[in-house]
Design a protein around this ligand. Structure first.
Ligand SMILES: [Mg+2]
Length: 375
């Protein structure tokens, strides 16, 4: 039974300024959530609100007391279906706060059972795809340098060790992956939507010739602009195109998907499971994030809805702590693409998280729960 709950606001600095088409971030506010049972076992989760979805650190702080009171009133964390229903009733518009609570509850239950979380769902840890790592918008030379660093980085790559990959990827050891013996991160997600996107992507491609490149325009392009970009995106070997047009432009998304040689993914266009039917004919891939849909149960429903519509799934994240990333990572065996780099972008992660050596989501190394701990 749950003995106590707690939350803590954590202001996080990013390793370097992170820019997408909507703006730049140098720091962000998360909340860590803990749920403790009578035996002293602690489940931990993290809430990473996104202003785009109308949430911020203050709204999470305002929502958490009622959400945590609901967890205590249900009492048995194993009754997570009941808990998640209550959370959705109490704070329907605070998905990030609910996600933080959801991960903490699931982490605790798996710890009580002395198993890694994925075992609760019978998932195969070997099926988790490698995660991509994101390169934000910057000058072409800077983006190329970041791409080269991630592509050739080879270290423990734990979320708890964030920043190491870029620190180790100095010019002196930035040879190709093959000549340095480093595997590096196999997939890079490149943020575009700047006006000179082609030059930026070309610079990245030259710096990381063998990387699998995904492009995310965060809805910046019109459908016509996206259609015009498809030939050079294809020439530069882009393997996946995420949210080329505005989140509410389903017709535009469908036009781009119809013409695109690569799969097209909906992120801002598909927030929860109930959005899937509306975009099912307009895209190939749905981006599922705990912070959009509100937790692990809602994420599983959104993944199932996408699969039922014949769509692939990318598991994504916000800029968030290792506690939040670790929760999402246990769903990775269900999906085709993973983009769980949020904690790698932090200057310092307040949590030790799951190990991500060269992008591999090492679920098999998790002994119990999500694998995350407060430092
Ligand atoms: Mg996105």
């Amino acid at each position: 039974m749950v003995a106590s709950t707690a939350s803590e606001r954590v202001d996080l600095e990013l390793d370097t300024a992170f820019t997408i088409s909507r703006g730049s971030t140098v720091e962000t506010t998360n909340h860590l959530v803990t749920v403790t049972d009578r035996a002293g076992r602690v489940g931990i989760g993290g809430a990473a609100p996104a202003a785009y979805y109308g949430e911020d650190g203050d709204s999470v702080a305002a929502a958490l007391p009622d959400l945590l009171a609901a967890v205590e009133s249900v009492g048995d964390p194993g009754e997570w279906q009941t808990i998640e229903r209550r959370l959705a009733e109490i704070a329907p518009d605070e998905a990030a706060a609910r996600a933080g609570v959801s991960v903490a509850v699931h982490d605790l239950v798996a710890r009580q059972r002395d198993e890694p979380l994925y075992r609760e769902w019978g998932l195969d840890p070997e099926r988790a795809p490698a995660t991509s790592v994101t390169v934000g918008i910057d000058d072409p030379e800077e983006m190329a340098a970041r791409a080269r660093e991630w592509r050739t980085a080879s270290d423990s790559g734990t979320a708890s060790d964030s920043g190491t990959a870029s620190d180790s990827g100095t010019a002196s050891d930035s040879g190709t992956a093959s000549d340095s013996g480093a595997a590096g991160y196999p997939a890079l997600k490149i943020k575009l939507g700047t006006g000179d996107d082609r030059a930026r992507l070309r610079a990245v491609r030259e710096a990381a010739p063998d990387a699998s490149l995904r492009v995310d325009a965060n809805g910046d392009w019109s459908a016509d602009e996206a259609l015009a970009a498809l030939p050079w995106l294809d020439d530069l070997g882009v393997a996946l195109l995420e949210q080329p047009v505005s989140g509410d432009d389903h017709a535009g998304l469908a036009r781009v998907t119809e013409a695109a040689p690569m799969p097209v993914a909906a992120d801002e266009s598909c927030v929860t499971a109930t959005d899937v039917p509306d975009i099912a004919d307009a895209v190939d891939v749905v981006v599922v994030k705990l912070m959009k849909c509100g937790g692990l149960g809602p994420a599983r429903r959104q993944i199932a809805a996408a699969h039922a519509s014949g769509l692939d799934v990318m598991l994504g994240c916000m800029v968030e702590t290792g506690a939040a990333i670790a929760g999402a990572a246990h769903l990775a065996p269900l999906v085709t693409y993973a983009d769980l780099d949020g904690a790698l972008l932090l200057a310092e992660d307040p949590c030790t998280g799951l190990s991500l050596p060269d992008g591999e989501i090492d679920l098999a190394a998790v002994e119990r729960g999500t694998g995350a701990r407060r430092r």
